[in-house]
Write a protein that binds this ligand. Structure first.
Ligand code: ADP
Ligand code: MG
Length: 794
């Protein structure tokens, strides 16, 4: 008897050996296999007759093989095959297609999927470059007939591995296995026998009109004949929606539970009396904006409560989060508690340390009548200094401890930690955040996490779903919008003379590069995923294909086609993106990237000669970075030439120019952060985006957006769409939930629904839901959270 938890090796057609291969891809049980959903479908029930095909579209075509030939071009073998239907034909081409030579024979029926290009010669003739194909059964087994033609056919991402006779375990194989699996399950008594494995209460399903789980799975794998292709391709059939909802529901339920648990925990109830307010007032260097006031109000009211605060503070770059954080710190300190402030980089931690000293240094605490005690603790300090700092923190001789990750290392014990502030939270992983929130002591400290990357709502609902949120949606007064311009490397001279003029006017500038040194640098500073360099073989493709310009067009169109394919699962999507950028890059002349160290020399000796330049990148020692940053801050340097180490938080109000070279290489969030380094003072500020080399379609969209808007949320949405949730924050998030079915970009409405339903389920005892069903939900939640996020406590 098969159950969802039955190991995959017991499934018909699988067996021990293949099971081992599937396990490598995370498919270990019947359930895993059932959740390996098709990423697209082919309508082989009503295929469009070839004569009605439209050039320029992605198309499924069924036809018979009319002939094929392997051409030996100068650089590589090219396999050409003609597939026809009546008078219409499609000519297919595969580069390096030697392996296809013996695969086809005349008369065979094949299904093709790819981008249709018009053929020059005549109407009714088309061309497909590297289409996906499947050889259709010719009067073979009935099973095959049912599965491969005359129906809507699911197309799967391969799970890797081969059959005993060496054939690839592709779509066709998966179709047969999954089909057989459903047959077996149905023989066992169909979905009825699996009813205990239903994961959503009947009443909820009825209310939301969702089919049962097994029925939903079946309909997604093998859609009924009447199912609209549009719904299938956009994953909006009732079956799809149910499966997506289910996945999101359990995520949201887990977050909801976390929130509830937190409210039951015991934290510190800080008081915010006149004295505390006085302490805050005396350090404020300016009038807070209305938004800052509101947000501080929200934070203070959290802090007054006896439950621990868990709050996310979002505010665009330059919106003034730091001062709000300092005010919160003062609330804790004036109550006699310690505050820990963590930043993702040493530069930032040091900067916070310096500004905290400046802010707090000149005043006395109304409570103690003594100065505030601030301690810096970062990894690069020498051992003795670190030991000393830890001692002061441990003995309670520090009010405010500022540092990097070193602060949450187990060695650091606080005397009485009341508040933890995490700056630029997105740089820390989610797991790290959870760990941090569990820091020691009988009472939970309050936690305030701050992020300057505006977080699109879908991500806020998932990644930060366990936090309450505050938003600073207003910039401090007196800021003039930053003027953003695009230009190319060819016009560099103009840019440098502009930088000179600004420096002469008393301003300072940043010039940012994607790499530290040399074209072959491993690019450690750039967290926007880079495409691999084309190897020599690929480069020769250009020559073989004749005019490279013509090919470039071809590949661009191909890419565009790929992008419109909305139903791709996440991994296929990234794969497709990789592939398309690879094709893009194929035709890009190899060009040296300008690097920070080289350009530092070049600019120093050339166009920016005579100005005081500094160099800043991740391979410098912490001391060197520090010295440079301080000199820039003091105005002893005119221009800093840097990599993205200056991306987050760095605050030098006199800097008014940000030049980003190879802007086409940077992600949106990153560019937005970089631009946020200027426009911090009253002077008019400029951001110059310089491109060198070919600008891909996606990069084009990013640059346009940068010029068009300064609204961080708008840019964040576009960034999310371009890169997907996993890559959104630049570096892959530790603990970012991976979804089997759901797609945060596509399924926002279902996510909102899941959140509402999760809250409802957790709070209202619904008489229509049996206690058995409830227990099943909680059990599943526990299992899922354990498996996915490694969090036992859910
Ligand atoms: P971010 O939110 O990016 O961390 P910061 O806290 O670094 O922004 O603040 C950006 C700049 O704006 C700093 O120079 C800060 O001193 C200044 N600032 C913050 N709040 C105000 C305010 N209410 N009025 C004037 N200047 C402010
Ligand atoms: Mg900041």
């Amino acid at each position: 008897m098969l159950e969802l938890s039955t190991p995959i090796k017991f499934v018909k057609l699988v067996g021990e050996r293949i099971a081992v291969e599937l396990a490598k891809r995370g498919v270990e049980t019947v359930e895993d296999l059932l959740y390996h959903l098709p990423f697209r479908y082919e309508d082989r029930l009503n295929p469009v007759p070839m004569s009605a095909l439209q050039a320029g579209t992605m198309a499924s075509v069924i036809g018979e093989v009319r002939g094929s030939v392997l051409l030996q071009t100068r650089n590589m073998p090219l396999f050409e095959m003609t597939v026809g239907q009546g008078l219409s034909t499609v000519k297919c081409m595969w580069f390096r297609g030697t392996y296809l030579r013996d695969k086809f024979h005349v008369g065979q029926m094949v299904a093709l999927y790819g981008k249709l290009e018009p053929s020059r010669s005549s109407a009714g003739k088309f061309k497909m470059i590297q289409p996906q194909f499947e050889i259709l059964p010719s009067g073979g087994g009935a099973d095959a007939e049912i599965l491969e033609v005359g129906r809507i056919v699911p197309v799967y991402e391969s799970l890797g591995g081969t059959t005993a006779w060496g054939a690839k375990l592709g779509s066709k194989w998966l179709r047969r296995v999954i089909w057989a699996l459903f047959e077996e399950l149905e023989k066992q008594g169909g979905s009825e026998s699996l009813r205990p494995l239903e994961t959503l209460p009947q009443a909820m399903r009825a209310r939301l009109s969702f089919p049962g789980r097994l029925k939903a799975l079946k309909s997604v794998h093998f859609p009924d004949a009447g199912t609209p292709m549009v719904e299938l391709m956009s994953a909006t059939t009732p079956g799809h929606r149910r499966l997506i909802f289910e996945e999101l529901f359990y995520l949201e339920l887990g977050l909801e539970l976390k929130r509830r648990r937190m409210r039951e925990r015991e934290g510190t109830a800080f008081v915010t009396n006149v004295k505390v307010r006085e302490a805050i007032k005396q350090v404020l260097p300016f009038h807070p904006t209305a938004a800052q006031k509101r947000v501080l109000g929200e934070i203070a009211s959290d802090m007054r409560r006896p439950q621990p605060m868990r709050r996310l503070l979002q505010g665009d770059v330059g919106s003034g989060k730091t001062i709000v954080a300092m005010q919160a710190a003062l609330v804790a300190i004036e109550n006699g508690y310690q505050t820990a402030l963590m930043a993702p980089t040493e530069i930032l931690a040091t900067q916070h340390y310096l500004s905290a000293r400046k802010l707090l240094g000149e005043v006395l605490s109304p409570r103690t009548g003594k100065p505030y005690r601030v301690t810096l603790l970062t990894g690069s300090l020498d051992e003795a200094t670190k030991r000393e700092a830890r001692g002061r923190i441990f003995r309670g001789e520090t009010d405010l401890a500022i540092g990097t990750h070193a602060l949450i290392e187990d060695k650091v014990d606080f005397d009485n930690l009341g508040l933890v502030i995490v700056d630029e939270q997105h740089r820390f992983g989610v797991q790290q955040r959870f760990r941090l929130m569990k820091k020691p002591g009988a009472l939970d400290p309050d936690v305030l996490v701050m992020t300057a990357t505006p977080i699109p709502r879908t991500l806020a609902l998932t990644l930060y779903g366990d936090l309450d949120a505050s938003v600073i949606d207003e910039l401090p007064p007196g800021r003039t919008p930053i003027v953003t311009r695009r230009t190319t490397e060819e016009r560099a001279e103009d840019v440098w003379s502009f930088v000179r003029k600004q420096v002469e006017a008393g301003r300072q500038a940043y010039i940012v590069y994607p790499v530290i040194e040399g074209a072959k640098d491993d690019q450690p500073e750039l967290d926007f995923p880079q495409d691999p360099e084309p190897d020599a073989g690929e480069a020769s493709l250009r020559v073989a294909a004749g005019s490279s310009a013509a090919m470039r067009n071809g590949s661009e169109k191909l890419n565009a086609g790929k992008k419109t394919n909305a139903t791709k699962s996440k991994s296929t999507k990234t794969k497709a993106a990789k592939l398309s950028s690879k094709t893009e890059k194929l035709f890009e002349p190899k060009k040296a990237l300008r690097a920070a160290t080289d350009m530092y020399e070049e600019l120093r000796l050339g166009p920016l000669g005579g100005l005081r330049l500094g160099l800043l990148h991740g391979r410098l020692s912490a001391d060197d970075k520090d010295v440079t940053m301080r000199r820039f801050q003091r105005g002893d340097l005119d221009v800093v030439i840097a990599t993205t180490v200056i991306e987050v938080g760095v605050d030098v109000p006199n800097a008014s120019v940000m030049v980003i070279e190879h802007a086409e290489r940077f992600g949106l969030a990153q560019m937005h952060q970089l631009r946020g380094r200027v426009g911090r003072g009253a002077a008019k500020s400029y951001c110059v985006l310089m491109t060198g080399g070919r600008v891909s379609e996606q990069a084009e969209a990013r640059l346009d957006a940068m010029v068009r808007t300064q609204n961080g949320f708008e840019l964040a949405e576009l960034d999310l769409q371009q890169r997907g949730p996993g890559e959104f924050f630049g570096t892959r998030q530790a603990g970012m939930p991976e979804f089997r079915v759901a797609n945060l970009i596509r399924d926002r409405a279902l996510l909102e629904l899941a959140k509402v339903e999760a809250a409802r389920f957790a709070s209202e005892p619904d008489p229509a839901v049996s206690s058995e069903e409830k227990d099943a939900v909680w059990a599943r939640l526990k299992m899922q959270w354990q498996r996915k996020y490694g969090l036992v406590e859910a």
